[in-house]
Design a protein around this ligand. Structure first.
Ligand code: GSH
Length: 123
């Protein structure tokens, strides 16, 4: 079972590598504006999780500078996800609302929708 999961993970990563979307290019001022917003985001994820790959592909496509946090191998990130987010499930987007409040958004589709609407990305 472990081997099958590992093998499927490698397949997903290979497929992702071979079909990666090309990052969009935007003018510097616009990119800086987006970078300032996304500096408040971090994505808790597993390297070979298909749902995480799906979100990472969108992040790449839209040229978003979002920190990835390994919630499988990094014990601090894993514990923070469970303690503060509530569940050990990935992907999860941690949103720091200017130090006032922290939001933990689970679910690949919800994360992508949030990024698209919050950052006004054209679909
Ligand atoms: N419907 C969720 C599914 C997420 C999901 O099932 N993630 C798995 C990894 S692929 C997970 O976090 N499992 C918990 C664990 O392995 O501890 C989504 O679209 O994000």
């Amino acid at each position: 079972m472990k081997f099958i999961r590992w093998f499927l993970g490698r397949l997903i990563l290979t497929f992702d590598f071979l079909t990666r979307p090309k990052p969009i290019f935007r003018e510097k001022a616009k990119q800086h504006k987006l970078d300032a917003i996304t500096s408040n985001y971090s994505l808790y994820q597993f390297h070979a999780c298909p749902f995480c790959v799906k979100v990472r592909r969108q992040i790449r496509k839209y040229s978003l500078d979002i920190e990835f946090r390994d919630a499988k191998n990094d014990i601090d990130h894993k514990e923070a996800l469970v303690r503060e987010g509530g569940v050990h499930k990935v992907p999860c987007l941690r949103i720091d609302h200017s130090g006032i409040e922290t939001e933990w958004l689970y679910g690949s589709a919800d994360i992508i929708s949030y990024l698209q609407s919050e950052l006004r990305l054209s679909v």
